[in-house]
Design a protein around this ligand. Structure first.
Ligand code: SF4
Length: 688
């Protein structure tokens, strides 16, 4: 017997999708870095290093689970019994309440094939408009802004290697040193060569502490800061007038708007000193190459789309997008955060980033699917709006790759809505907090046990390759969807083989904004990923967008005048601090996976709150004591972590544990329908 051959694949967690190799001759599987993969070059973070530990985890679900009534415990059953129960519930609900009473909730971690198939399953097998996914909580404001400004939503319109070559980078609301550490090699390479990096964050994160300049605004005031920076750029003659005249439209309205954002006023709103703003804008405006990168800190607000647009305005005015080693980008979060938002699991979307309300798009996709365009439902409700109507309009819910009981805003309320459903189905590999409430739990394959593609934060389509089979009795999500479609009499429309599904996705996306028509599994293997758009097999793919034109009808990027507005909640007598949320180094998203990894839990075992020493003194707590946080939606208890790295008017909690989102505000951005996770009013009290 020779030594087992490692399978080259990708980490199951964040959107950097580090290349890894899995040796799976004997279980447990062993994971090693993929040294020559071009993005991470062998680098992995602690989460990635330990991803294989979950494949044989003792808590893994290996058989379908059902309960006979709401208060009964879950018990093992056969696949036939589990699937039959689901179909009975679907049929009963749709007969009584109509097709939209059965909903689907997907995830940004699903492969492209699964995200595509789930969208198709909702529209073709269920004929329901009720589908959305957790990416709505994560990327939708950046997506809405990019579509408005550039005519296309690819988070990063250039390869990650360009980061090392930019002379100046402004990172807004992004903390890659903790959320995707291997990407820091590109920032570090730039810094070693003399690049200056500016970080905008209310916390002095490890990323901020390593930067040349840290701007520490009050949460929820980033838009005012961006307008203030543009005001200064105009005043100091840093606007690239030729670029603005030849490559953009609409600047004059923005120039007028930012006149009102004079430095003293912006300092009063944001708390950022005028001198720091001047230094930042001079660094950006005088550099020969510069980038503006934004992430969740800018986006997760009730004005998230406008906030992103304000930074896009700044980048456009300085002439950055499309220039060498320059540009504007959003740093996507979830593993398939980019691909997962392109192929139809969004409430208003068809594959290829087409609009569900566009007759031509409906006709094209319906022809690929072999159905009548008139059969396709219209757009449905966004994620939180659908969750808020569970048990009312949506009576049966199928959840795939999402732990909404932890990750949705106002999670206590969402928990009650889940409890009001007639029937809840969850496919997962662990009994997550959401799965634990289900009527049927379907055990599903993990990342290393099935084939598929993901699209990383650069827009590079990658292959997740199967390194080992799933445990006996565990199915893939594609097999689950096919089996359900079969039982619903629509099985002829659904394949369960990833390659067949991907080939269909290619046809469905052809001609759309996210065009995968020319991408094949073989090309991905040969080229270490292919950048979309790639409309034909002889097309090279598109590593860099916007070098000649933007994806708007006239090829020009669009400015949009935007105004600062306060978050929906600001501190008052009863709730005197601002609460902001985010990620920690050791954990990922709702923690359903990383909270089951002993080595990660040994370092970061439970939920904590970061408090400035002045807040701790005022409240009377010492490090590691328990404190209660309370907002208008709920309360939760955290261990105090006292640090000077946070503003004294702000407290921070990571959202990987139950409790953080019991506090957060579901106020939605009017365009992206993204909730305001990043700013609400909170009180802090000591627990005696
Ligand atoms: Fe995985 Fe992201 Fe860590 Fe890379 S940076 S190992 S993709 S979690």
């Amino acid at each position: 017997m020779g030594r087992p051959v490692p399978t080259a694949t990708h980490c199951p967690y964040c959107s950097f999708q580090c290349g890894i190799r899995v040796v799976a001759g004997n279980r447990p599987a062993v994971l090693t870095p993929w040294e020559d993969f071009p993005t991470n070059r062998g680098g992995l973070c602690g989460k990635g290093w330990r991803a294989a530990e979950l494949l044989d985890h003792p808590e893994r679900i290996l058989v379908p689970l059902v309960r006979s009534h709401r208060d009964a415990p879950l018990r093992p059953t056969s696949w036939d019994d589990a699937l039959d129960r689901i179909v009975v519930a679907v049929r009963r609900s749709q007969l009584r309440y109509g097709p939209d009473s059965v909903g689907c909730f997907g995830g940004g971690g699903l492969t492209n094939e699964k995200a595509y198939q789930l969208g198709k399953f909702a529209r073709v097998a269920l004929r329901s408009a009720s589908i959305d996914y957790n990416g709505r909580f994560c990327m939708s404001s950046a997506a809405a802004a990019a579509n408005k400004a550039f005519g296309i939503d690819r988070g990063m319109p250039f390869p990650v290697q360009d980061i090392a070559k930019a002379d100046v980078i402004m990172l807004v609301g992004s903390n890659p040193a903790e959320t995707m550490p291997p990407v820091m090699q590109w920032f570090d390479e730039g810094r070693a060569a003399g690049a200056r990096h500016i970080v905008v964050d209310p916390r002095a994160t490890p990323t901020a502490l390593g930067s040349a300049l840290h701007l520490q605004p009050v949460p929820g005031t980033d838009l005012a800061l961006a307008n203030g920076l543009l005001h200064l750029a105009v005043r100091e003659g840093l606007v690239d007038e030729e670029y603005v005249a030849t490559r953009t439209a609409g600047f004059e309205a923005v120039r007028r708007t930012v006149r009102a954002y004079w430095p003293d006023r912006v300092e009063r709103i944001t708390g950022v000193p005028t001198a720091a703003m001047r230094e930042a804008v001079r660094l950006l405006g005088e550099a020969s190459s510069a980038m503006v990168l934004t992430a969740r800190g800018a986006e997760q607000h009730s004005n998230g789309t406008d906030t992103v647009l304000a930074f896009v305005n700044l980048a456009l005015a300085l002439g950055l997008p499309g220039r060498p080693h320059s540009g504007y980008a959003t740093v996507t979060g979830q593993g398939n955060g980019q691909g997962g938002r392109e192929h139809g699991q969004k409430a208003d979307q068809l594959p290829g980033y087409r609009g569900l309300d566009d007759p031509a798009a409906r006709a094209h996709v319906a022809a690929v699917w072999g159905v009548d365009p008139g059969e396709l439902p219209g757009p449905g409700r966004s994620a939180y709006e659908m969750l808020d109507r569970l048990g009312v309009d949506v009576r049966v819910l199928l959840v795939m790759a999402s732990n909404i009981a932890v990750s949705a805003p106002r999670s206590d309320h969402v928990g009650k809505r889940l409890g009001a459903l007639d029937f809840l189905v969850v496919s997962d590999f662990f009994l997550s907090e959401t799965a634990a409430r289900a009527d049927v739990v379907l055990p599903t394959a993990q990342w290393a046990e099935e084939d598929g593609t993901v699209t990383n934060f650069e827009g590079r389509v990658l292959r997740r390759r199967r390194a080992l089979p799933p445990p006996d009795g565990v199915w893939t999500d594609l097999e689950i969807l096919r089996a359900l479609a079969d039982r619903l009499g629509r099985g002829r429309y659904f394949a369960d083989d990833p390659r067949t599904v991907f080939d269909e996705l290619r046809r469905a996306s052809a001609g759309g904004p996210a065009d995968y028509a020319g991408i094949t599994y073989e090309r991905i293997d040969a080229e270490q990923g292919v950048f979309w758009p790639c409309p034909a097999e002889d097309h090279p793919g598109t590593p860099r967008l916007f070098t000649e034109r933007f994806a708007t009808p006239d090829g020009r990027a669009r400015f949009h005048p935007v105004e600062h507005k306060e978050p929906r909640e600001v501190p008052d007598h009863e709730f005197p601090y601002r609460l902001t949320t985010g990620r920690s180094l050791q954990h990922y998203q709702s923690g359903a996976q990383t909270r089951r990894v002993p080595a990660l839990m040994a370092i970061e075992p439970d939920a904590y709150v970061e408090l400035h020493p002045t807040v701790a003194r005022r409240v009377g707590v010492s490090a590691n004591e328990l404190v209660r946080l309370r907002t208008r939606r709920g309360t939760a208890v955290f261990r105090a972590r006292i640090t000077e790295n946070i503003r004294p008017d702000t407290v921070f909690v990571p959202f990987h544990w139950v409790g953080a989102n019991a506090l957060t505000n579901p106020e939605l951005d009017p365009r992206s329908r993204m909730p305001e996770f990043k700013a609400c009013a909170v009180s802090v009290s000591r627990i005696d």
